[in-house]
Ligand binder design. Structure first.
Ligand SMILES: *Cc1c(COP(=O)(O)O)cnc(C)c1O
Length: 404
């Protein structure tokens, strides 16, 4: 069970007013808010232990290194990675995907095939297109149906011994669809292909187990998980991380350097060139501890209630169309008011203190499918309430009155 008053008290921003109205923050799919413990950990780091890591003999450097490496262990435990060095701390999902997409350049040949889902975020489309341009590999796309569900029969027909890589998100940020990732992984492995799952949108709602999934790569961003921006994770199976070359050269990722030849450091440092976001990495660990304290089963059950309530109330308004009606769905409602541009709805909601996202949500192919310029997207987190949904519904009704 969620003690909602206690949880809300952990998030100072929820007391803010926006445009003179109490903030109703329904843009959680873009980034989550931060609890006080995460904010404190960043302040504490810079107040008490700031030093560069992995290189100093002095005390603070060692304290900072220990704290940063402790965060890696927290991430490892959260995702259930077998080895701590299979956890690469990155700048976020986009960075993690680019490490893998660039790393596959020498592993692919002309005519090899990469399968992606049509529900992808741009950050999970463009790096693969660039990889195809470099290698001559061919990109194949799993389409989705009217409900926003992947067409798994088409996936079956796309798989062959030419398939080398499969990429999909775990949950769609634009529609909320929870994709059948286990089936996708198992079938890809049956033809010998590697799989990367983009968990950026799934991790705020569910706790993934990378060993149980047997996934090759899994990526996420801290900032959607109550953590800071500019930090994320690339989980990779040891054998794959050994196969792909480093992404960036620099300090921290080397073993020895001469002008004739440089040898690379072992995992995870091989992929962690330069001084990382140390405070951010430590705060990522704090954020995961916080969310695990609330409990992901509690979070999922509570958010499901919010999703059902919000969907019901919204559908009572005439002229509402909801995009993404998959049976397995996270707490994201993408919708439009008939005949009204989503931007105009979003602007009126903002004046009433309600923060939603409008536009294509970095997923233009989805908008093209529905033949719309974009949607209004309300996305809920475990610190939102039904009372806030009521405020949001009233605001949508006002917008409708003003605009149609
Ligand atoms: C947010 C998001 C990304 C991008 O994450 P960044 O933190 O901006 O790198 C990628 N994929 C999905 C599904 C997302 O929701």
């Amino acid at each position: 069970m969620i003690d909602i008053q206690k949880i809300r008290a952990d998030f100072p921003i929820l007391n803010e007013k926006v445009n003179g109205k109490p903030l109703v923050y329904f843009d959680n799919a873009a980034t989550s808010q931060k609890p006080q413990v995460v904010i404190d950990s960043i302040v504490d780091y810079y107040t008490k232990i700031n030093a560069n890591i992995h290189r100093g003999v002095h005390t603070l450097s060692q304290v900072a290194t220990d704290a940063y490496e402790q965060a890696r262990l927290t991430v490892q435990k959260h995702f259930n990675a077998k080895k701590s060095f299979e956890v690469i701390l990155t700048a976020g999902t986009t960075h993690s995907i680019n490490i893998v997409a660039t790393g596959f350049t020498d592993l692919l040949q002309e005519g090899d095939e990469i399968i992606v889902s049509a529900l992808e975020h741009h950050s999970n489309i463009v790096p693969w297109q660039m990889l195809c341009e470099r290698t001559g590999a061919i990109l194949k796309v799993i389409p989705f149906n009217e409900a926003g569900e992947l067409q798994m029969d088409v996936y079956d027909s796309l798989l062959s011994d030419k398939t080398k890589l499969v990429f999909t998100n775990h949950i769609s940020n634009a529609l909320g669809t929870i994709n059948p990732v286990q089936e996708i992984i198992d079938k890809a492995h049956a033809v010998g292909a590697a799989v990367l799952i983009d968990g950026a949108q799934a991790c705020p709602h569910i706790k993934p187990d990378v060993q149980a999934m047997d996934v090759d790569f899994y990526v996420a961003s801290a900032h959607k998980l109550c953590g800071p921006t500019g930090v994320g994770v690339l989980y990779g199976k040891e054998e794959w991380l050994n196969k792909i070359p480093p992404y960036q050269g620099g300090g921290e990722m080397i073993e020895t350097v001469t002008f004739e030849k440089t040898t690379y450091a072992g995992l995870p440092h091989k992929f962690e060139a330069g001084t990382p976001n140390i405070a951010g990495g430590i705060a990522f660990g704090v954020a995961l501890d916080y969310m695990n304290g609330v409990g992901f089963d509690n979070i999922a059950a509570y958010e499901d209630e919010l999703l059902k309530y919000g969907t019901e109330k919204l559908l009572e308004i005439e002229g509402i169309k909801i995009y993404g009606t998959s049976e397995k769905k996270a707490a994201v409602i993408s919708f439009n008011l008939e005949g009204v541009h989503p931007f105009d709805v979003g602007s009126i909601l903002d004046k009433l203190g309600v923060a939603v996202r409008t536009g294509h949500h970095c997923a233009q192919p989805i908008m093209n499918y529905f033949e719309i310029p974009g949607t209004v997207r309300a996305s809920f987190a475990f610190y939102n309430t039904k009372e806030e949904i009521d405020v949001f519904i009233d605001a949508v009704k006002k917008a409708k009155m003003m605009l149609s």
